[in-house]
Each structure stands twice: as structure tokens, then as C-alpha cells.
Write a new protein. Sequence first.
Length: 94
Amino acid sequence: MSVHPRSQEPDPWKAEYECHDRFIAFNRAHVMIAGSVSGAVFLGQAVYWSKRSQPRGGWFFKSQAEWMDETGIKEEEQVAIRKLTHISRTGAPA
């Protein structure tokens, strides 16, 4: 556990921060498009990866397990989000 610099006592906030090293940006406007906060997180990650996949025309592939690991959104909810946002699993419009 980390130690607070001024008190030499354990710093629980720093330890909490260190165990969560991957953060996801959240765009409030995506809620209106995706219909929920989970959908907005999913859509935001799709936009993120699409922008970083320009050599492939913005196309990218992630399995349901990869989406779950990255966002914490369970597979059943991913299916519902894909239907609302028209994000496909196969590269074709949903």
C-alpha cells in the first residue's frame, strides 16, 4: 500500500487509483444516441477504436469478451446496445 507523503500513513486513495489503471472517457451526448449510460460508454469506445483504425477505414474487431474486459458491460447488455446503436459484430450494419 502507498504511503501518504506528509503523514507516513497508508494512503488508501492512491492504492485505489493504482489498481484501476485503465480509464474510459464518457461523453454525455452519447447517452441521447445510445439510450443509456452503458450504451454511451460502449459507443464512446467504438468511436475511440474507430478513430485509431484509420488504416482499415475505421473498421476494428473486438470480441464480446474483449468488450466485457474493457468496459465491464455484460454480453447480454452488449447485444441490446448493438441493436440500439446499429453497431455490428460482423462488420456489416446491425
